[in-house]
Design a protein around this ligand. Structure first.
Ligand SMILES: NC(=O)C1=CN([C@@H]2O[C@H](COP(=O)(O)OP(=O)(O)OC[C@H]3O[C@@H](n4cnc5c(N)ncnc54)[C@H](OP(=O)(O)O)[C@@H]3O)[C@@H](O)[C@H]2O)C=CC1
Ligand SMILES: CC(=O)N[C@@H](CCC(=O)OP(=O)(O)O)C(=O)O
Length: 344
């Protein structure tokens, strides 16, 4: 049994880690933290008791977390994960950070998008980008894994193999993505309340979202040259889910693009490539750790459309974190993780 701490256990990704860990045969959550709920029993707060003994919610103190766990899942806002990661690593824990704190390898790039200097730049170069379909060998050996953002997960899974194989142009890539409201976290904000979100549909952070450089770093690595993308995120009145529609210029026929993606993901347990012309639906991945990819070349314009869906809380966050944990602990990559969606 791997003893795991969920730091920030009362937020959406923390609670999702608890839900998934409860069904995992080799994980035992031994420590849960929250500043506001410290002192309460987890069963009282959450309404469930996954193990015979109850857990007390603790304040997020590195010393205590290190006594109770060997791996920590940091489900806290970016900016706050940095120090916690450094403290836990120095105490011998392995860390999977769900926040954006360790995803950009370059401290100057981090500072320009997050408007504050990174306090542990040496850890930025050590951190492994936690996209298991691409970096599994590095993740197996890592002490610190930077779990990808939800939008980058949805966009990179279709794009990286095609760029790497030279089957799409590296210019004029457009990522138009829609997220469910849980993507914004569990905080109380008027703009995210029911009456504001229900029946609404909005773009936000237009041409300025901080997932843009995260995607560009990975795309540039795959293309072997600097790649720029246009990325527009939208908020849509779903609880969970991301739907990314990606526009690219193909350098090969549709059939070759399809077969290349199929082949790349043939032995990867959580990515499914659908036949050309069959669009995926968010409902097909809700609650599961799957990413489903559809594609079609538009015969009139010659443009390639890639359609990618994930559950932002599972493959976009907590499920991917446990997939990384499996790799880091020498367990089968898919152990204990759901492939079957909550459909409809
Ligand atoms: N929601 C999503 O779909 C995704 C989220 N992420 C990232 O994962 C992280 C967690 O997201 P999410 O669960 O949505 O966030 P929430 O706002 O829902 O939860 C945040 C959690 O962190 C705790 N927390 C907040 N501030 C601090 C602090 N200063 N020190 C220690 N603990 C703190 C909160 O409890 P308390 O305030 O009581 O301490 C709470 O448990 C974020 O970095 C987010 O950007 C990544 C991918 C997808
Ligand atoms: C709908 C919504 O607000 N989504 C969040 C992204 C969630 C995520 O992946 O966040 P991190 O990069 O912080 O981990 C946003 O746009 O900021």
């Amino acid at each position: 049994m791997v003893r795991v701490a969920v730091v920030g256990a009362t937020g959406y990704t923390g609670l999702e880690c608890l839900r998934l860990a409860a069904a995992h045969p080799e994980i035992r959550v031994t420590c849960v933290t929250s500043r506001r709920e410290a002192g309460r029993r987890l069963s009282d707060y959450w309404g469930f008791k996954p193990y015979p003994e109850d857990l007390e919610i603790l304040p997020p103190e590195p010393e205590t977390i290190a006594e109770k766990a060997e791996v920590a899942l940091l489900c806290v806002p970016h900016g706050t994960a940095q120090e916690m990661a450094a403290e836990l690593l120095s105490r011998g824990l392995r860390v999977i950070d769900l926040s954006a704190d360790f995803r950009l390898p370059d401290p100057a790039l981090y500072e320009s998008w997050y408007e504050t200097p990174h306090r542990f730049p040496h850890l930025l170069s050590e951190a492994v980008y936690g996209l298991p379909e691409i970096y599994a060998p590095e993740i197996r050996r890592a002490r610190l894994v930077a779990n990808p953002g939800c939008y980058p997960t949805a966009a990179l899974l279709p794009l990286l193999p095609l760029l790497e194989a030279g089957l799409i142009e590296a210019e004029d890539l457009l990522v138009d993505a829609k997220s469910g409201v849980s993507g914004a976290g569990r905080k109380g904000e008027v703009a995210l309340s029911f009456c504001e979100v229900h029946e609404d549909f909005r773009a936000y952070k237009v041409a300025s979202h901080r997932h843009t450089p995260e995607m560009e770093v990975q795309l540039s690595r795959a293309a072997g040259r600097e790649v720029r993308i246009l990325f527009t995120p939208h908020l849509t009145p779903m609880q969970r889910g991301i739907f990314a529609t990606i526009y690219a210029r193909p350098r090969a026929p549709e059939k070759e693009i399809y077969e290349t993606l199929r082949e790349f993901y043939r032995e990867k347990p959580f990515v499914e490539v659908l036949p050309p012309g069959r669009p995926p639906r968010v409902a097909e991945v809700r609650g599961s750790n799957l990413c489903r990819i559809g594609l079609k070349v538009d015969a009139r314009t010659g443009c390639l459309l890639l359609l990618s869906v994930i559950d932002n809380l599972v493959k976009g966050a907590s499920g991917q974190a446990l997939q990384n944990l499996n790799l880091m602990c020498g367990l089968p990559e898919d152990l204990g993780l759901p492939r079957v969606p909550l459909h409809p």
